[in-house]
Design a protein around this ligand. Sequence first.
Ligand code: PBG
Length: 334
Amino acid sequence: MTLQHRPRRLRAHKALREMVAETHIDPRQLILPVFVKEGIDSPQPISSLPGVWQHTLESMEKLVREAVSAGLGGVMIFGVPSVRDPEGSQCDNPASILHRAVSAAVEASAGQLVVIADLCLDEFTSHGHCGVLNEAGEVDNDRTLVRYQSMAVSLAKAGAHMMGLSGMMDGQVAAVRAGLDKAGHTDTALLAYAAKYASVFYGPFRDAVESTLDGDRKSYQQDPRNRKEARREIALDLDEGADVVMVKPALSYLDVISDAATMSDVPVAAYVVSGETAMIELAAREGIVERDAAIDETLTSVRRAGADIVCTYWALEYAMRHAHRGRNEKGARA
Ligand code: PBG
């Protein structure tokens, strides 16, 4: 045969494949989500999310030090408070579990990684919504923005380097930016959950934060059928001053990640969410897929789609497992 094109030539052996690989994941591009629960004295496993724990402050500090050693880019802190009320009144209390965890994480990280605080009311409200409600029981966008401003300033005072704006309220980026700037926190960065969908894949997360939500978030999170709408949301957050724009979930939304990468001149992040993680863990447990290879392929797909930064429960183990990348175990070409 006289074939003109033989793409297989570049796949013939491992060293060649390594040389031409287009996508790499550096630990610095990974963010580890961490749950810290009030009132427990030992870490508690989350049954629907294998490998992930509700931490005490002490076990979280240890985890943060491990994240530093593994070279991770950041940790994203979620608090699980024991007291909740309709107004989410603890959201800006410097003594809340979230604020204490943020301060402890900043201390434990010693400037070696980025500490991101979740900025949303859902862990603090008794109804579980991401904002406060009006008399009709609907999430009140603008009154919620005022709470977010106060929460942001309190978290900045607790030392957070970056805020993860996960509530999907209109105008949240501009409001939080203005609130922080007014209080002198002009250097606190904003990671905007710009395109966040009303997804079924958040199930295990809601166990992790012991969500009390009854109903759904479809009046503020996006409809999974919409792609153009994500471009609008991303454009708005860029315009409002987002420092990083995030797409969430990741796996069912690779097209949206790709759009974000094309549109954005700030870094794009994507969040491999709890349900996506649990699916792979359980499939692996059943022997249906090979666990580590499935994780690697999954995280690679998110980077390949265009995410600069990946938020994943596998961040630490991925970084540790690939710590010696470049050499295989036998030091030879495979
Ligand atoms: C809520 C929030 C959610 C997640 C992160 N922040 C859940 C939701 O919107 O219902 C989900 C993350 C995951 O599933 O891993 N502010």
